[in-house]
Design a protein around this ligand. Structure first.
Ligand code: ADP
Length: 219
């Protein structure tokens, strides 16, 4: 079974949602630099303070900072494989990941790219709610609230991410188009790139991902 995966795709393409289902279904540990940085900000740590403004502008955090996060995570938890949600996002990050894995005498099994239209991105992001406490993500459509939106898992407060605002999203999309898109070529050349139509509902998308992880032929 393929256990070392990266999930790539535009903001709102469903990386976080799918990473969470993959972990639940296959028991592969997941990590997301975006989620780590939001948590650091909430805890008011030096890293959180250093990066909060960058996230709020919709820019990417410097490669060095992100690679260090991933490297530390891999040394602590990487023994059982991994799903990275939102890493790598630049060519230097992808190259660093390759070197780190090589030094650990392993390599990446799959780079799964969730392809979505800009229309899907905008619709999902404008209706996205996230739990401040555990990071659970839902949408204003699927959540039924009596008064205050509350997380069904931990009863934390469900809120809109401050970087989900339309202007910030525009910048996040620019970063994605210029810095992340080139990774399709990079992983394509390594023959580990698999593209999946992420515009469909979460169960259908996951069925395709599960086939890839289980080594069956995917749609
Ligand atoms: P989304 O995929 O919806 O954009 P994330 O939670 O993955 O949301 O990322 C939120 C923000 O965290 C990004 O806009 C960026 O500022 C920062 N970030 C996350 N991952 C990376 C990364 N690999 N490299 C640089 N910055 C990152």
């Amino acid at each position: 079974m393929k256990r070392r995966l990266v999930l790539l795709g535009a903001p709102g393409s469903g990386k976080g949602t799918q990473a969470e289902i993959i972990t639940r279904h296959f028991g592969i540990p997941v990590t997301s630099p975006g989620a780590i940085l939001r948590r650091e900000k909430d805890l008011d740590t030096p890293l959180g303070q250093e990066t909060a403004e960058i996230l709020q502008r919709g820019d990417l955090v410097p490669d060095k900072t992100i690679v260090k996060l991933i490297e530390d995570w891999l040394h602590l938890h990487g023994g059982y494989g991994f799903v990275f949600d939102g890493f790598p996002r630049t060519l230097p990050q992808a190259e660093s990941l390759g070197s780190i894995l090589k030094s650990l005498k392993t390599s990446l099994d799959l780079a799964i790219w969730l392809e979505v239209s800009e229309e899907t991105v905008r619709a999902r992001i404008s209706g996205r709610l996230q739990c401040r406490t555990c990071g659970f993500t839902t949408s204003t459509d699927s959540a039924h609230f009596s008064n205050r939106p509350v997380c069904p898992y931990c009863e934390g407060s469900l809120e809109r991410r401050t970087d989900d605002d339309a202007t910030v999203l525009q910048q996040r999309l620019r970063e994605y188009n210029t810095k992340t898109q080139p990774l399709a070529d990079y992983y394509g050349k390594m023959s580990i790139l698999r593209k999946i139509d992420g515009n469909r509902d979460r169960e259908t998308v996951f069925a395709d991902i599960a086939h890839l992880i289980e080594d069956k032929v995917a749609a």
